[in-house]
Design a binder for this molecule. Structure first.
Ligand code: IPD
Length: 261
């Protein structure tokens, strides 16, 4: 596991360097699910670098990447990579963006590195074992009351989904301390692991947004799941929080209709 973590760390660091060096030349080269769901040439360059770095040392592993890399493997080890989580933030120079490298062993996120150069932070972790930020151990926060919880969330790119999410967040807001929407799911989840926010929820993420951060959350003692009674986290819903808050938050999310159309 430590060897996988070491490779994930080096791969994420090279891709992060590429993104920092290329920031002046960033430009949108394509849109995906909607006009606001963008790809820059830097997302593509970062993914190519991650894939070549990983395959040079682990040629028989599987890879799944946000920008289309997909190959099966024979080892039971899968690399799930988001070459640039928070692409819109990167485009604008809003600092919450990161390279996210997760390793699944037999489909479970076990190893994660989230490297966020503009936040000067590298989160790393191994599920059920440890998590750290810039080499220092981290733990999730201890807030137990939903009414005291600082909750991060994200919104989908589809305008119709956003309209529903807006109504649901409006219903949630009076029940919690406050909402944060910083624009990079992997960073939001690492902030749960570090106690920078108490919880995170989002409908419509993909495995590459959350795989690395799930391992880091687990290493920091945070729980990650889906809607009330649904495990594990899925594209339909991801909820992350400290274990003492987790069930109460999921009940509140259900009450206000989060996750329903
Ligand atoms: C997006 C960001 C955003 C979240 C979206 C993700 P991308 O990732 O993490 O915060 O709300 O669900 O798709 O597109 O910038 O890699």
């Amino acid at each position: 596991m430590n060897e996988l973590l070491d490779l994930a760390t080096r791969a994420a660091a090279s891709a992060a360097d590429l993104l920092v060096q290329g920031w002046d030349q960033r430009e949108v080269v394509a849109t995906k699910s909607s006009q606001t769901d963008i790809v820059t040439q830097m997302d593509q360059g970062s993914e190519a670098l991650l894939v070549s770095t990983i395959l040079a040392e682990r040629p028989d592993d599987a890879i799944l990447g946000e920008e289309g890399s997909s190959r099966s493997g024979t080892t039971g080890v899968s690399w799930v990579i988001d070459p640039l989580d928070g692409t819109v933030n990167y485009l604008y120079g809003f600092p919450s963006w990161a390279v996210s490298v997760g390793v699944l062993i037999d489909d479970r996120p076990m190893v994660g590195v989230v490297h966020a150069p503009a936040l000067a932070t590298v989160w790393r972790g191994i599920a059920d074992d440890f998590a750290e930020a810039n080499g220092r151990p981290i733990r999730c926060g201890g807030v137990t009351e939903v009414s005291a919880a600082l909750v991060a969330t994200g919104f989908g790119y589809d305008p119709a989904v956003r309209a529903v999410q807006g109504v649901q967040v409006a219903a949630l807001l009076p029940q919690i301390r406050d909402i944060r929407r910083a624009g990079a799911a992997a960073v939001d989840m690492c902030w749960v692991a570090q106690g920078v926010v108490d919880a995170y929820f989002e409908r419509g993420t993909h495995l590459w947004d959350r795989a690395a951060a799930m391992a880091i959350c687990s290493g920091a003692g945070a729980r990650v799941g889906g809607l009330l009674g649904e495990e594990p986290a899925s594209n339909a819903m991801t909820v992350a929080a400290n274990p003492a808050l987790f069930e109460a938050l999921r009940a509140t999310l259900q009450e206000v209709g989060v996750g329903r159309d």
